[in-house]
Design a protein around this ligand. Sequence first.
Ligand SMILES: [Zn+2]
Length: 305
Amino acid sequence: MFGMVRAVARLLAVVALATAALTPFSRLHGQEAAWTADIAAARRVAALVPGRKPLRVNVVKFAESRRTKNFSVQGAPVQPSVQARTAFQVVYADGSVMVDAGMDQQVHRFFGRGAEEPYDAAAAQAVAAAVDRARLIVFTHEHGDHVGGVVASPRAAELAVKTILTRPQADTLTTTPQMPEIRLTAAAARRYIVIDYDAYYPVAPGMAFIKAAGHTAGSQMVLVQLESGREILLAGDATWHMDGVRLVAGKDAPWVNEDKPAVLGQLRWLNGLLGGEPNLVIVPSHDDEHRQDLVARGVLGGKFE
Ligand SMILES: [Zn+2]
């Protein structure tokens, strides 16, 4: 009897260890192991949903936050640096998926630093129109400049039924939203497609979520495999500038409350993808120089369809 209990306990311990090894966020011996992920596993998951892969990814900048670079990349010089507020459109032959949804001017005013934070009403209108046309909307994380275009929209009820929230995103938006404008009531939250997953999630043909709690509890990256073979890794706010990936340097922004060891793990992982993955392009949400370069080189489209 006790022998069997011991055997079961041993088996459970082995299962627990094996599970920990498969989970990006692993807790071993009560200690948070550094975040990591497996690009091969993410690729397998991205290929699970049958269907034609996406043709291209477009990006639109609808607002700017002008700060100095030292806030985005610890140790960087105190020199002006534009943080673009962006949304992405993943274009399929038969429809599109939005990754992030922009924000209206009221949410913009919450971030409000006057003329330092230009808002492009025409671009924001293009984002809103793309959100309307999208078959599906997903979010890199639950901050206002990413979810506002759905959650704070007058048409939120209509848009919610085609929008995926992860459980941590839904929980944060109902309990501790970044700003009052994006708070969800329990009833409003129920209109969304709320999912929960541990490590990777197959969203659509050629598209997978990679769980990446850190910047926020509900942060995730989105791997997009194009039909051409190119891969776009939408990295959200793991960093605000590619130098954060190149130098494995986190933010130094006192107003941001994030899980720094997890974020550093993400930067380390992204850095490891820089050398050996010529067909994979890492795209943080807010790096304006990187966005301009990728659009100029035709890697990303510069407007929505
Ligand atoms: Zn952001």
